[in-house]
Design a protein around this ligand. Sequence first.
Ligand SMILES: Nc1nc2c(ncn2[C@@H]2O[C@H](COP(=O)(O)OP(=O)(O)O)[C@@H](O)[C@H]2O)c(=O)[nH]1
Ligand SMILES: [Mg+2]
Length: 524
Amino acid sequence: MGFFSKIKKIWKKDTQDHGAVNEPASVDKATDAAIDSQPQVTTIPDAAAPQTRQESSAPDHQPDEAPSFFRKLIHPQASQPEKSESGEPDAPSAQAAGDTTHGEPAGKQEPLPETFTQEKPKAPQLEPWQQDLVHALDNAEPKLSIWLTHLLTDVSERGEKLWERLHFLLAQLEVPREEADDFIDRFDRWLEDMEYERVEEFRSELQYRLALALDLEDEEDEQSRLFLKLSQGLSKTREQLSKQIDHLLSMTGSFDDEFWEELEEILIMADVGYEASHKLLERLRPKVRREDITDAQAFKDMLKAELVQIFEEARRPAKTGTPEVVLMVGVNGVGKTTTIAKLAHRAQMQGKKTLVAAGDTFRAAAIEQLNIWAKRVGAGFYAKEHGADPAAVAFEAMNMAIEQGYDQVFMDTAGRIHTKVDLMEELKKIKRVLGKKMDGAPHRTILVLDATTGQNALSQVRLFSEAVDLDEIVLTKLDGTAKGGIIVAVALEYKIPISFIGLGEQMEDLRPFSGEDFAKALLD
Ligand SMILES: Nc1nc2c(ncn2[C@@H]2O[C@H](COP(=O)(O)OP(=O)(O)O)[C@@H](O)[C@H]2O)c(=O)[nH]1
Ligand SMILES: [Mg+2]
């Protein structure tokens, strides 16, 4: 079952109206028209049509799930009123009312399951925070941070009060009760595991989960939160790069040979690397001349545009399959296992049934570490004993994924560097086995790189890409490093797309990479 799958259709419905894609084909025009006529639906805010989805995974199409929810909107009388467990008062099911003349003929109606009958409380019984929240939902853009501000009024810690309020929000959004319970249960278990009690410790994680579950990650409010985090994470690199470029331009005042030499030094210091710096300047020089750039801001804008272009050039279409199989590779300590946990967390919150497989059999602790994360994020887990053949783990995990209908498989691997040759052979074998079990698998082979290692990361890209042909790169530990320029080197020299970046140790600190945001955070 996907989180809030029915709700997502509504966001997507709205985004389609504004030019975005992703709408299941099975929703017919009559249904669309009926939805458009629903006052309740139109008050659910517009998902601010994303122009560029950064995420590499495919949008989750669940056309078979859409019609039943739409039916409720069209034929609200089919709903059964239900006493809310959270103590919220009952309300007539006609809350979702409106013109019922659109859509299917009445004879085709079917009774709906009780899970569709979470109802909104009547207006006069609303407490002040509820009124504020309802008002925000009705009138504002989908601004999660504002919804949370109302919801968390006078709530300081984990507990019943918080759950009741979350139930209220989810009921307002017409999330089926069963899915709301599941969401809250998982969150409660998470807080227990992580030993978070106070709102300030977990507010950000809650917003992240809601953004994923409601498919609001591209929404402006969430984007600015992300950008802030990215900008903070890159502050040291920005210091290294942007400030020095400003200083250089104020000193030289012109784009002479000396300027270009100094700029190359600055880029190398920010770990863009010698080769990549050289290539970047080769691209910039003629443009500066041609466009007759004279001031610092115009130059930085041009550099930003050039970086965006470089990241664009590295993009390529992602392969997919069901299950979609992801093989994580990289040397020890770069963050493979935590990145799997973070990606599995995202996938679970997006409603994908996810399996993680413990292919790092070299260290017993690595198996246990992955097991703990799998439990925390609610993913399935497959492991064999310490020392087992990782290719056998891959083989058996694939069997489990296919038999049990998993949507996504993440295969962890070891990263011993003292036996490089063996490691590469082992990875090749795992890859062969995955491919034998399923055509096209692994669909994504991801190299995890630690940004703090700077230029060393480049030799890792070479080594791993020669052995296992990489599809993507995840760059971790960008938080607080002055070596963020390594991203530019990877994209420019290897033309391998960077899909996610790690900005900290929390689950929500793994973010889809946006070249545009990165360039802005680096140079503004
Ligand atoms: N600051 C920071 N730490 C990270 C990030 N990603 C991973 N780590 C930490 O890096 C350490 C090694 O991670 P692990 O997943 O065990 O690496 P593996 O050996 O490649 O599997 C752990 O302490 C992680 O919490 C990140 O983006 N930022
Ligand atoms: Mg590991």
